[in-house]
Design a protein. Sequence first.
Length: 208
Amino acid sequence: MRRRVREVVVVEGRYDKSAVTSAVDATVVVTCGFGVFNDREKLELLRVYANSRGLIVLTDCDGAGFLIRGKLAGMIGSTNIKHAYIPDVYGRERRKSACSKEGKLGVEGMNRDTIVSALERAGATFDSDGDGDGCAAKMPRGITTRDLYSWGLCGCRDSAARRRELQARLGLPERLSSRGLAQALSAMFTRDEFLRSAISAHPQSPCP
């Protein structure tokens, strides 16, 4: 059974994400290597996640991984960032034809127990353990762009103005796309919480 992690986990690539999500139940954001530093929307989302749930940065233990850690901490602020570190293990990932430049396995090459241990050492907040069926039943459904449409916040007349008003009220950046807004809201609220607070306080006309 995968344990659920409250913080958002930040990794470098999609294979790292696969390794983490096979080990724990967590929201995982991929930096695409250094690409995150030129992606304003993703950086804004990471700031939202840092302020609402906290971030755990889990990069490879090579020079590039440590550079990503340092730059993210400088750009987002280190207050709500935790750092998880994998051990130095020399070898080659199965999908690769050669070892990395430093000869070490990355996050994608770590087994489940090693990833869980790294998150535990970083101070990850794990939800209380329970039986698998019970945990699955309690998992709230995230907010989607389909929800935004049904609430009149995208794809409708005046939806852009409604989004801007909502984002300003919640302290979210104006430049977020509809998808980015759905991700940010999912980090801040469960679907039911959002319906009770944000939407019910400021009802909007649904899309025609």
